[in-house]
Design a protein around this ligand. Structure first.
Ligand SMILES: Nc1ncnc2c1ncn2[C@@H]1O[C@H](COP(=O)(O)OP(=O)(O)OP(=O)(O)O)[C@@H](O)[C@H]1O
Ligand SMILES: [Mg+2]
Length: 325
């Protein structure tokens, strides 16, 4: 695939952390040979899903240029984000690629009215300092998330609910007119009743404003509802990737099959059950030989213990599993 037609292209990205000290020192592959790409001019909602510790946030930070990959490269419009994040193109990259985080109360300074924060973003990125134009840009972004400028004027973060404040932090991200928003668990702290409205907002951004979204979640129900494509991560690897219907309705990887069974219906109130916390012993197992899921796989074969499974192309869907070799 020619990279110049890609908005974002993540090529064989691996991130190794050294954990512990002395005798217990170990190398942990938080992200292991992850690859996917978002096409330019074809906005979509791409979900990265997986249980706690599988490497979602680490991959997001690499895409944002906040962390350096140990191996591999991330290209934004054909240029390495590492280069973009450091060079004089930093400001343009920051404008085009925006992040929305899990806790909106951490996005805003608690001691500052939120409108001053939004106005500052507008002055820095859009309007070269003019107050009237900055206010217009803020009002327009707030309008997109269904909030009036008067609704935020002189108000502090604690005067909003988590859901409202998350909408405002999405508005903040929209002020710069981004092509890509990376939203890391954006609804996990939002009331169940407001989750869908935030998810719907991502759909509107994609459909009406041509913004691509990388939606990071451990919640398969909202993922099913909102995504075009989904990548399932397990201990650093993307183990299955494809259109959300194919992956969640007819999963190919034994891990995705088990996950799917833990969410019987795509019901927004039904959270992904069975989150598994890795023990420190298992963390060292991140570097085990062969397939990382072999120890839990109901369909395990000898080869799974010996060899890393390759990513296999099944047409629409890619799956990292020896069963399909
Ligand atoms: N700076 C770091 N140093 C060492 N280990 C790290 C560091 N950051 C993350 N890790 C480890 O890398 C693995 C992946 O972490 P990451 O935060 O990317 O997972 P996640 O999928 O975002 O999890 P969650 O759903 O809990 O947010 C975890 O085992 C984590 O402990
Ligand atoms: Mg995370």
């Amino acid at each position: 695939m020619p990279t110049r037609q890609m908005l974002l292209s993540i090529n064989d990205v691996t991130k190794v952390f050294t954990i512990g000290g002395g005798f217990h020192r170990a190398r942990l592959k938080a992200v292991d040979q992850a690859s996917f790409a978002l096409e330019k001019g074809k906005p979509e909602i791409f979900t990265l899903a997986g249980e706690s510790g599988c490497g979602k946030t680490t991959l997001a930070k690499i895409v944002l240029g906040l962390l350096e990959p140990t191996e591999g490269v991330v290209l934004y419009n054909g240029t390495s984000v590492q280069e973009l994040a450091q060079g004089d193109q930093r400001s343009r990259f920051n404008k085009e690629v925006q992040a929305v985080f899990q806790n909106p109360f951490e996005t805003f300074n608690p001691l500052r009215p939120v409108d001053t924060y939004l106005l500052e973003t507008a002055r820095n990125y859009v309007t070269n300092g003019t107050n009237g134009a900055a206010k217009d840009a803020v009002a327009e972004a707030l309008h997109l998330v269904g909030i009036s400028y008067e609704g935020v004027e002189r108000k502090y973060p604690h005067e909003f609910s988590g859901g409202q404040l998350q909408r405002i932090s999405i508005a903040r991200a929209l002020i710069t007119g981004p092509s890509l928003i990376i939203a890391d668990e954006p609804v996990s702290m939002v009331d169940a009743s407001l989750k869908m409205s935030v998810c719907n907002l991502f759909k509107v951004l994609k459909e009406e404003h041509k913004v691509s979204v990388i939606y990071i979640t451990h919640d398969l129900a909202t993922a099913y509802y909102v995504s075009d494509r989904i990548a399932i991560m397990f201990r650093g690897n993307i183990v299955e990737l494809g259109p959300v219907n194919a992956v969640l309705v007819d999963p190919k990887h034994p891990y995705t099959q088990i996950l799917k069974d833990s969410v019987p219906e795509p019901d927004p109130d039904n959270k992904w059950a069975g989150r598994i916390k890795l023990s420190s012993f298992e963390e060292r197992d991140f570097l085990r030989k062969g397939c990382k899921f072999a120890g839990r796989c109901p369909q395990v074969k000898d080869i799974c213990e010996q060899q890393d499974p390759p990513m296999i192309n099944l047409g629409d869907v890619m799956v990292r599993c020896h069963l399909y070799a």
